[in-house]
Write a protein that binds this ligand. Structure first.
Ligand code: AMP
Ligand code: ZN
Length: 114
């Protein structure tokens, strides 16, 4: 989608700092980090959110989880722990309507989340 900022990051028209890439997924640094480590893991194909996934999306969803694990490993978070979050819809705070998983680490987190 040409008006989607994450599609524009995938096609290179908006700059980003890549931290991981494979055939289906891209991970890059969040512009407004909420923790010492804050990366976003996205499918290269435009999917709005988990609310809109379909039968054929199993493979990319699995790959996204592997990508989150690899990003965390690469950032040195695997032992100390980290958080993976996806916001779905306005009430959950989704502001970019292209599926993304936040990989957050390098500090402690509260539960339940705010
Ligand atoms: P959400 O509120 O869950 O939809 O998360 C959207 C995230 O995208 C926020 O953490 C923003 O800081 C981040 N973001 C927005 N624009 C950019 C951008 N151009 N590059 C990197 N991260 C971005
Ligand atoms: Zn998009």
């Amino acid at each position: 989608m040409s008006d989607c900022i994450f599609c524009q990051i995938v096609d290179g028209s908006i700059p980003s700092t890549t931290v991981y890439e494979d055939e289906d997924c891209l991970a890059f640094e969040d512009l407004n980090p909420q923790a010492p480590v804050h990366a976003l893991v996205i499918p290269k194909r435009h999917i709005i959110s988990l609310a809109k996934i379909q039968e054929g999306d199993q493979s990319v969803l699995g790959q996204l989880m592997i990508a989150c694990s690899r990003v965390a490993q690469q950032k040195g978070l695997a032992e100390q722990g980290y958080r993976v979050v996806t916001n779905i819809g306005k009430e959950a705070g989704q502001t970019v309507f292209h599926l993304h998983f936040h990989v957050l680490g390098g500090r402690g987190f509260h539960w339940p989340p705010g």
